[in-house]
Design a protein around this ligand. Sequence first.
Ligand code: GLP
Length: 239
Amino acid sequence: MQIHVYQNEAEIARAAAALFASLIIKKPDAVIGLATGSTPISTYQELIRLYKDKVVDYARVTSFNLDEYVGLPPTHTQSYRAFMQEQLFDHINIQDTHVPSGIAKDLAAECKRYDQAIVDRGGIDLQLLGIGHNGHIGFNEPNDVFVYNTNVVDLTESTIQANKRNFDSEDQVPRTAVSMGIGSIMQARAIVLIALGKGKAEAIKRTIKGEIDPQMPASILRCHHNVTVLLDKEAASLL
Ligand code: GLP
C-alpha cells in the first residue's frame, strides 16, 4: 500500500487523474472502475480538463461503476447513473459505460451479469474508490464476512444518514443497493483510494493500521499488491 498525504483536495485530484491519464495514454482501451460520492468529483473535473486539453482520449475506454441504488431508474436525479452522466460522462468522449441496474426485475441475475461483463472486457485495470465513514467500499457494508461477488446489500443506518443529504427527505433514501463485491474490487489490477476530511480519519486509521476485518471492509485492501491511498491532512490525521 502506498500512502500519500497532500495539502488539499486539488492536489489529490491532480494526482488521481494523473494515474488514470497515464494508464489510458499507455492503454487506450483501458477498463476503469469508477465511484460516486462527493470525494471523486474533483478528480472527475480534472479528467474532464485533461480531455478538453486533448491530453486524454476516452473514445476506447470502458468504465464500470461500483454500485447503484435499488429502485432508482437511471433517469432519477439521485441515481448513480445520473450522477456519473452529470459529473463525468456527459463531458468526455467515453462510449462504453456500465453502472449496475437497480431496477432489474431479477437483481440476482443482474449481479451475475455485471460480474460477467467485467470479466468479458478483460477485468478492471484501475479502480477508483472512496470510503464510507464506517469503512465501506462500494456499498460493501461492515459484515461478518467479505462478500466476493456483486451483490444486493442492505445499507446501514450510518450510510443512510450520510447519504440523505442528497435526497429531499430521509425516507426517500433507498435501503438497498447493488454493489460490486469485495472480490470484484480486489480483482482490479490497481486501486486508488481517496479520502478527504476529518470525518474519514477514523476509517482510514482502522483501514491502514487495524486488523483486516470484514467489519472494516476497506481493510481488505491491505491484501492487494497495488493500492495507492491519497489522503488530505485531515483524513490522515490519526495515522
Ligand atoms: C457512497 C458510495 C461509496 C462512497 C461513499 C462515500 O456510499 N457508495 O462508493 O465511497 O458514499 O461518499 P463521499 O465521498 O460522499 O463521502
